[in-house]
Design a protein around this ligand. Structure first.
Ligand code: FE2
Length: 159
C-alpha cells in the first residue's frame, strides 16, 4: 500500500542524505555563531541612547537560538547528529574584540551576517525543494525571520 505521507528519507540515496546533513550542520554552526555575536553585542550596547539597539540584538540572539534548536531538531529527525563544534567558523565569527568598536560598526557586522544568511538560505531552498520538502519549509520560515532581522538592523543604521 502506498504511504500517503512518504518520509523524505525513504526516497533518497544515502549520498543525498549525507549532503543534506552537511548543509544543515553548516547552517547550525552559523546560527550558534550568530547567537554568541548578538549576545556579546547586546552587552556592548549600553546607555540610555542605545536601548533600541540593545533590544534588537537581544531579540535577534533569542530568535537565532530558536533557529539553532529547530535546525538541530531537523538534523536529529533525519538521523544525523547535530554538530556544535564550530570548527573553521570560530576565527571569523567569534573572536572579535568588541572593545572600542562603535555601535554602527556592530550593526554593520550583524547586517552583513544577516545578508550572508539570507543568500545562503536562498541557495539552499531550491536544493531542498527537490530532495526534502519538510526541510525546505523550515528553511523558508528561517529565511523570513532573517529578512526581518536585516530590515530591523537597516532601520537602526538609517533611522
Ligand atoms: Fe538573523
Amino acid at each position: 500500500m502506498a504511504d500517503p505521507h512518504p518520509q523524505p528519507l525513504g526516497d533518497d540515496t544515502g549520498d543525498d542524505l549525507a549532503v543534506r546533513l552537511t548543509l544543515l550542520n553548516a547552517a547550525l554552526a552559523t546560527k550558534v555563531v550568530c547567537v554568541r555575536r548578538y549576545t556579546r553585542h547586546a552587552l556592548r550596547a549600553n546607555g540610555p541612547h542605545h536601548q533600541a539597539v540593545k533590544a534588537a540584538f537581544g531579540q535577534h540572539a533569542r530568535e537565532e537560538q530558536d533557529h539553532a534548536l529547530r535546525l538541530a531538531e531537523r538534523i536529529q529527525q533525519l538521523g544525523g547528529r547535530p554538530d556544535f563544534n564550530l570548527g573553521g567558523l570560530m576565527p571569523r565569527g567569534d573572536t572579535h574584540d568588541d572593545e572600542g568598536r562603535t555601535l554602527v560598526e556592530l550593526l554593520r557586522e550583524n547586517l552583513e551576517a544577516e545578508r550572508l544568511a539570507i543568500a545562503t538560505y536562498r541557495d539552499l531552498i531550491p536544493y531542498f525543494a527537490e530532495h526534502d520538502p519538510t526541510t525546505q519549509r523550515l528553511l523558508e520560515e528561517l529565511l523570513t525571520e532573517e529578512e526581518a532581522h536585516a530590515s530591523a538592523l537597516h532601520a537602526l543604521l538609517e533611522p
